[in-house]
Design a protein around this ligand. Structure first.
Ligand SMILES: Cc1cc2nc3c(=O)[nH]c(=O)nc-3n(C[C@H](O)[C@H](O)[C@H](O)COP(=O)(O)OP(=O)(O)OC[C@H]3O[C@@H](n4cnc5c(N)ncnc54)[C@H](O)[C@@H]3O)c2cc1C
Ligand SMILES: NC(=O)c1ccc[n+]([C@@H]2O[C@H](COP(=O)([O-])OP(=O)(O)OC[C@H]3O[C@@H](n4cnc5c(N)ncnc54)[C@H](O)[C@@H]3O)[C@@H](O)[C@H]2O)c1
Length: 465
């Protein structure tokens, strides 16, 4: 075994959380090693989650836009597009991301171990590398950034070639005409839009009563409406009883007695933290029943120099937040101020997309906050008319007396980008957080961001009536 000592931080996992922590620790002059068991860096985010799903969505949006454009309509037939071809283009994006990320480690002199990491004690990690060698790393601190994987109930046969999860769907070598999606969380809803955009029949089965019920109700209803309009059948409040598959397709039997049959099934119901066989028993740390670790405000587990960030600690389980958690954790290890990730915006890449930050109307009503609403409908904006992206709205929730912005909820073209304009104002201290900013500031024209001025004027007019 190859033994090395003097490491300041050993990171297990090279997703957004591990990468950001490794870079931050290196900037703080710690001697850093990172261990990754996949054949290239970037984590599940780059290889199986965020990046491939967003690259697929982008291509499908281009197809949809082509269909809407009278000059281009007919050039492309969505039903003739092969899933494998979309995946091939997606691979190009993944490869570019891997290259960029690999360079970060080289430039910041972080040592990469390609293999599986296992914690032996609070100061020792063993690596079983891909060449069959073993390395023992002696370190002051260990960071678990092992991410998550799709949750697999035991009674569903995921080895069957017609049953997929959000990882294996990227290896599907045929283009189904009809797909069942079980689980209408963020992953299920995003993939439902990707498949309906390709003209594939989708049955989206939701175990809850409303789609994405943590969202503003109007926006969640608008998403249901648009998904249905695009040909997706949404079945709410349904639970699976049995999944059976054969050479020709899959049957999903529901507890309500319904039997749904299609060419393939995509299972999108939940994720589990990757904490199995990483040596937690050697440091007296236990994961919960979803494989997640409990951490304090410094991202520290019950063992002093053992830290955890990213999906493995549960909420919010987003790449966006994982980058910040990794950075904040490494800074705290290096002795900087302790910072936590809060006020995370929601960015859901359905078609149309959804984004929000701050509180919802339901939450403000429950908390008895005197608020009002300013709205802008995209169909009235010049930019939306030019691009033909007329579906959507921006809703600003603000305090009726102080005019402080309390929540931004956006649905439609560029929603995930324009939410940040409102977020920047919401983050201003005291009286600087004001709806009036959008009225007193000149915005470029014609832009989607103009929606802020329209919505703010609409809101002010309501309270001055
Ligand atoms: C389909 C899908 C779409 C998503 N879309 C978005 C989105 O649009 N926006 C967003 O913000 N988030 C999105 N997410 C969530 C986001 O991908 C995750 O929150 C993010 O990947 C978590 O980062 P992480 O660093 O914790 O771990 P991961 O990205 O899961 O990476 C963990 C890494 O650790 C490695 N590892 C595990 N165990 C070991 C071990 N013992 N030794 C060595 N290496 C190990 C794994 O191989 C993996 O590479 C999406 C997720 C999915 C599944
Ligand atoms: N655009 C985005 O931000 C984006 C896109 C895709 C995924 N994600 C993230 O990926 C995560 C997974 O999303 P999802 O749609 O699969 O599921 P979800 O988190 O919405 O959960 C779906 C259902 O599965 C249950 N569940 C979750 N984990 C379980 C487990 N380990 N065991 C048993 N039941 C479990 C949940 O209670 C829920 O009823 C979310 O945290 C989401 O934030 C984000």
């Amino acid at each position: 075994m190859d033994i090395s000592a003097g490491w300041g931080l050993v990171v297990i996992g090279s997703g957004p959380a591990g990468e950001a922590a490794a870079m931050q620790a290196a900037k703080k002059d710690l001697k850093v090693a990172i261990i990754e068991e996949q054949s290239s860096l970037g984590g599940n985010c780059t290889h199986w989650g965020t990046i491939p799903s967003k690259a697929l969505r982008h291509q499908v949006r281009q197809v949809i836009r082509t269909q809407r454009n009278p000059l281009l309509r007919g050039i492309l037939k969505p039903r003739e597009i092969r899933w494998q071809d979309l995946i091939a283009r997606t691979r190009e994006v993944i490869d570019s991301q891997v290259q960029v990320r690999t360079d970060f480690y080289v430039r910041n002199r972080v040592t990469v171990f390609a293999g599986r990491g296992e914690i032996l004690s609070p100061n020792e990690v063993r690596v079983d590398d891909h060449e069959g060698r073993q390395h023992l790393l002696k370190t002051d601190n260990i960071l678990v950034a092992t991410g998550s994987r799709p949750y697999h109930p035991e009674d569903v046969d995921f080895s069957h070639p017609r049953i997929y999860d959000s990882d294996t769907i990227l290896t599907m070598d045929h283009t189904p005409r009809h797909i069942l999606i079980y689980g209408a969380g963020v992953i299920g809803s995003e993939y439902a839009c990707i498949f309906t955009g390709l003209g594939i029949r989708v049955d989206l089965v939701n175990s809850r009563e409303h789609l994405l019920d943590f969202l503003d109700t109007e926006i969640s209803d608008a998403l249901s409406y648009h998904l249905r309009e695009q040909g997706c059948t949404i079945r709410q409040g349904e639970h699976y009883k049995r999944v059976t598959a054969d050479d020709d397709g899959v049957t999903l039997e529901l507890e309500s007695g319904k039997k749904l049959r299609a060419d393939a099934l995509l299972w999108c119901n939940g994720r589990s933290g990757n904490t199995q066989n990483i040596g937690l028993e050697n440091v007296d740390v236990k994961a919960n029943d979803r494989g997640q670790l409990k951490v304090n405000e410094r991202y520290q587990t019950e063992t002093d120099n053992l830290y955890a960030v990213g999906d493995v600690v549960g909420w919010p389980s987003l790449a966006s937040a994982s980058y910040d958690q990794g950075r904040f954790c490494a800074a705290a290890i290096a002795g900087d101020e302790v910072r936590q990730v809060t006020d995370v915006p929601t960015g859901i890449y359905t078609i149309p997309g959804i984004s929000s930050v701050g509180r919802t109307e339901q939450e403000l009503t429950e908390a008895k906050v005197p608020y009002d609403v300013g709205q802008a409908f995209f169909k009235n904006l010049a930019r939306a008319q030019i691009t033909g992206e007329r579906v959507g709205m921006l809703k600003i929730l603000f305090h009726r007396e102080t005019l402080a912005v309390l929540g931004i909820h956006c649905f439609g073209y560029q929603a995930m980008e324009i939410v940040h304009v409102g977020q920047a104002i919401m983050r201003q201290p005291g009286e600087n957080n004001t709806l009036e900013y959008f009225i007193d500031t000149t915005f470029n024209y014609p832009t989607m961001a103009e929606a802020y001025r329209v919505a703010a004027i609409n809101g002010i007019n309501r309270i001055k009536r």
